[in-house]
Design a protein around this ligand. Structure first.
Ligand code: FES
Length: 106
């Protein structure tokens, strides 16, 4: 059993996130990049590349991943893990959609 208590927070309408793009959300001091795929799946990752903290929200979304704009590491949107030979992982947050509103578990 998972003892962690999740706090679902509404961050706004799905329509405010561009398809194949992202929106940045601030939660306290934590920057969260919320990505929307072309099929409307949504993923939330800390907006911090595991390499040198590059802003993943400014990266290119493709094939379930985002390419960091600084040095082109490719990060899985589902797991937050660096792909290929690179090693590292960005924190991910559970996401759900209710009545066209995006909620993130924080
Ligand atoms: S900071 Fe993201 S690839 Fe270097």
């Amino acid at each position: 059993m998972n003892a962690q208590v999740e706090n679902w927070v509404a961050i706004g309408p799905l329509s405010e996130i561009p398809r194949q793009g992202s929106r940045r959300v601030l939660w306290g001091k934590t920057k969260i990049a919320v990505f929307r795929m072309s099929d409307d799946r949504v993923y939330a990752l800390e907006d911090k590349c595991p390499h040198k903290n590059g802003p993943l929200s400014e990266g290119i979304v493709h094939d379930g991943c985002v390419t960091c704009p600084l040095h082109n590491w490719v990060i899985s949107l589902e797991t937050g893990s660096a792909q290929g030979a690179d090693e590292g992982r960005t924190r991910t947050f559970p996401v759900r959609i209710e009545d066209e509103t995006v909620l993130i578990a924080l």
